[in-house]
Design a protein around this ligand. Structure first.
Ligand SMILES: CC(C)(COP(=O)(O)OP(=O)(O)OC[C@H]1O[C@@H](n2cnc3c(N)ncnc32)[C@H](O)[C@@H]1OP(=O)(O)O)[C@@H](O)C(=O)NCCC(=O)NCCS
Length: 218
């Protein structure tokens, strides 16, 4: 595990309970004394794990959309990690046995005419041989909880509603939150309030971080 991360929690993959430390052993409420192989660790921050993260994104998107898309998303993530100011990028990483299994990024979406703080969830990837085990949803739920603690007001994403509605996103119109660039698939524009307030339109146009400022990504 990286040493410079904050907010690490460990979940039992079998029962989804948070692991408890007793002496030097990890316990969960269902699988007593489970070994490290059952443990999923969720952490904040990508520093020191860039290469493994790039491999996960390339692998996941190659498996789902082909080798070209795998390389496109790898390049996007490399750019995102290299060029985004620290305060504008939050990464959450899932580890099992010190191996990166999945990763998600939230980057700042600036609405200069509105005081609310908005972050974009994208991209999201789980290693192709570890998908459908709940890792993606656990990572997103963990990230959204951390964003709430950081007083971020609103999260948006751009993807398949069938998946992202599982973690609280709902379709939103461009009147609620203007995307930074024209959307080719407006039905994939999704959002959720993190502040507990009702969703009201966010004023003005938005600006994404530079890695996302490319029309072909939207
Ligand atoms: C999408 C992705 C992150 C999901 O991660 P995961 O850990 O496999 O997902 P979870 O185990 O948390 O959730 C599985 C559920 O989501 C559904 N699901 C997974 N991928 C989906 C997708 N692309 N669209 C719709 N539903 C999807 C599964 O069918 C399953 O549904 P069920 O619980 O009703 O059976 C992963 O499949 C992935 O990395 N895919 C390739 C990259 C990608 O498409 N990323 C998203 C766009 S940025």
């Amino acid at each position: 595990m990286p040493e410079n991360v904050a907010g690490v929690i460990a979940l039992c993959l079998s029962c989804n309970q948070q692991m408890l430390t007793k002496s030097d052993r990890l316990l969960c409420s269902v699988w007593k004394n489970v070994g490290i192989e059952f443990m999923l660790q969720l952490s904040f921050g990508h520093k020191g794990w860039e290469t493994a993260i790039l491999d996960v994104f390339r692998d996941a998107f190659t498996a789902s959309e082909g080798a070209d898309e795998g390389l496109v998303i790898r390049a996007l993530v490399k750019d995102l990690m290299a060029t985004t100011p620290e305060d504008d990028l939050f990464a959450y990483v899932a580890f099992e046995s010190d191996t990166v299994q999945g990763c998600i990024f939230f980057s700042r979406l600036n609405y200069d005419e509105d005081p609310r703080r908005v972050f974009l969830l994208s991209p999201v990837a789980v290693r192709s041989d570890r998908q459908k085990a709940g890792i993606g949803q656990k990572l997103i739920t963990f990230g959204l909880k951390d964003l709430r603690q950081r007083r971020i007001d609103f999260a948006v994403t751009y993807g398949d509603p069938a998946y992202y509605c599982k973690v609280g996103f709902q379709p939103i119109s461009e009147e609620i939150a203007q995307p930074p660039l024209p959307l080719s698939q407006p039905h994939g524009w999704l959002g959720q309030s993190l502040s507990g307030s009702e969703v009201t339109p966010i004023a003005g146009p938005s600006r994404c971080v530079s890695a996302f400022n490319r029309p072909e990504l939207w």
